[in-house]
Design a protein around this ligand. Structure first.
Ligand SMILES: [Zn+2]
Length: 281
């Protein structure tokens, strides 16, 4: 599943081609993608005629800000929120091209191109909402801070009461936004923490070290264009590069890069978790 660095990479890559363009049409080859409005006609009517003001991200959601329709007095801006889930992908292609096999949503732009949202597994969603409605959306409202907005004090407050294992706490999007399995495992190795440690048992100093590790790992992953395990591609169709920098993720049985002992994997919070039994305590 694309995590924070992958969605951030996508947002940055799409922004130059989308910002300032006007939405001239919407095609929905698969209405299952629509989270609201639920019908093709209503979805298109809500979006067409609006200018794309920015392309951003919150947690693992891609957010495309659409300005008010100039022909409607007092019209509200809206946000197109796209959740990539397992296999969501974006690219920009000529509007005249036949949509690819797994295309779910096409946003036609005034320049003859279209933003194409493809999703092989069909779990991805597209939602149009006013900024107020977005903020009131239960899922959106529940999201914890972005890693860089998380203060050591807030992180401490969120974890000191947690009876779950630290990995479950980090994967909980209401604690900290955007961290999935890959970046959790990489951050635990960087902070020398076993992923199955009860969250409340970590000392404040070790929790601070973990937050710093999460911030550093995610920063490096964005710089590398995210990680490709299977399906993720940037909008240019290329793979991310951070998978070549993994220290432990997916490397059970391989030697620890620090001490050489074989890495092991266990299930924590229902997810395969790989770590060094010697370096991570
Ligand atoms: Zn080790």
């Amino acid at each position: 599943m694309p995590e924070l660095p992958e969605v951030e990479t996508i947002a940055r890559a799409l922004a130059p081609g989308l910002t300032g363009r006007v939405v001239t049409g919407i095609d929905v080859p698969d209405a299952k993608v629509l989270a609201g409005p639920a019908t093709r006609a209503a979805f298109a009517a809500a979006a067409v005629g609006r200018m794309i003001e920015s392309v951003g991200r919150r947690a693992k959601l891609l957010l495309i800000a659409l300005g008010p329709r100039p022909h409607i007095a007092g019209d509200s801006p809206i946000v197109l929120a796209l959740h990539l889930k397992m296999t969501g992908r974006f690219h920009i292609a000529p509007s005249a091209d036949a949509p690819p096999a797994h295309a779910r949503l096409l946003v036609h732009l005034g320049d003859g191109n279209a933003l194409v949202f493809s999703d092989m597994r069909r779990f991805g969603t597209a939602r149009l909402a006013t900024p107020d409605a977005l903020a009131a959306w239960k899922f959106y409202a529940s999201l914890g801070p972005e890693p860089w907005d998380m203060t050591p004090e807030a992180f401490e407050a969120a974890l000191c009461r947690k009876t779950t294992r630290i990995k479950a706490a980090i994967l909980d999007q209401t604690v900290i936004a955007g961290v999935g399995n890959i970046y959790a495992d990489e951050s635990f190795f960087a902070a020398r923490i076993r992923p199955d440690t009860p969250a409340k048992d970590l000392t404040p100093a070790r929790r601070r070290k973990l937050l710093a590790a999460i911030q550093a790992v995610i920063t490096r992953a964005i710089a590398a264009g995210g990680s490709t395990i299977r399906d993720y591609r940037t909008p240019d169709g290329v793979e991310g590069g951070f998978q070549h920098q993994f220290t432990v993720y997916g490397k059970a049985g391989e030697p620890c890069p620090t001490c050489g002992k074989a890495l092991i994997s266990i299930k924590v919070a229902g997810r395969t978790s790989t770590f060094c039994p010697q370096c991570q305590k």
